[in-house]
Design a protein around this ligand. Structure first.
Ligand SMILES: C[S@@+](CC[C@H](N)C(=O)[O-])C[C@H]1O[C@@H](n2cnc3c(N)ncnc32)[C@H](O)[C@@H]1O
Length: 218
């Protein structure tokens, strides 16, 4: 079974997409996408030979005709073979390095990103590259929050608020817990002379967290 983190990428894929899974590592996402016919085609790529070997082994075991390519980002992939780029499990700088290739992203209509840091910078830069943030989801797994972003090709720009806070829909329960944790961090930075205030706030946060934990288990 796919991890919750990788599962959350699937909802952004459509039947007609020609997907390139950049930095596929084990290849689990590509395999899942292919086996369930979630899109028209999928190519699994990685910069690291042993990572790609892992993907090849997993693909071979299932006897699937998924193409694998050893390459840095989109470099050795023909633009006619993809219109949707998925990059997950990397940091913002690596993601931006991969997308810093005008020629290779010209024909891209959709980008799905899951960065593990600096999402504000990522949202800013994607607008500059001509991609508009249209959806985001959030999941909680192994004590971490994972936000997946869906971009479509457009010259439209996201608002300052959208860039800063994202556009996660409020029905994602993990979102509330994410917000609570952010508040908790702010509260812990209150000066010591506001100890009483800090203590009271911490107590309320603790109650809220308990409640959210129950909800997340549902
Ligand atoms: C932590 S793994 C994530 C694997 C998978 N995408 C996931 O979300 O589970 C990151 C993978 O990205 C690959 N990678 C890093 N930089 C890359 C680049 N410039 N081009 C292609 N792959 C890259 C690494 O070799 C590694 O296999």
């Amino acid at each position: 079974m796919l991890s919750r983190r990788l599962e959350s990428i699937k909802s952004f894929l459509k039947k007609n997409d020609k997907v390139v899974d950049v930095g596929c590592d084990h290849g689990y996402l590509s395999i899942e996408v292919f086996e369930n016919k979630l899109c028209q085609s999928v190519i699994a790529t990685d910069i690291n030979e042993s990572a790609l070997d892992r993907a090849k082994k997993n693909i071979r075991e299932k006897n699937l005709p998924i193409r694998t390519i050893l390459t840095d980002g989109l470099k050795n992939i023909s633009t006619k073979d993809y219109d949707t780029v998925v990059i997950s499990g990397m940091g913002t700088n690596t993601i931006l390095h991969i997308l810093d290739n005008e020629e290779k992203i010209k024909s891209v209509k959709k980008i799905i990103l899951q960065s593990n840091n600096n999402r504000v910078k990522l949202r800013e830069e994607l607008n500059k590259l001509g991609f508009y943030l249209t959806d985001e989801n959030i999941v909680y797994e192994n004590k971490k929050y994972y936000i997946t972003m869906l971009y479509i090709k457009s010259n439209e720009k996201n608002t300052k608020e959208e860039i800063k806070y994202g556009i996660i829909k409020k029905e994602h329960f993990a979102y509330y817990n994410y917000v609570i944790t952010s508040y908790e961090n702010i509260i812990s930075k209150l000066p010591l002379k506001r100890f009483k205030e800090r203590h009271a706030l911490k107590k309320s946060i603790k109650e809220l967290k308990k409640l959210m934990k129950k909800e997340l288990k549902k």
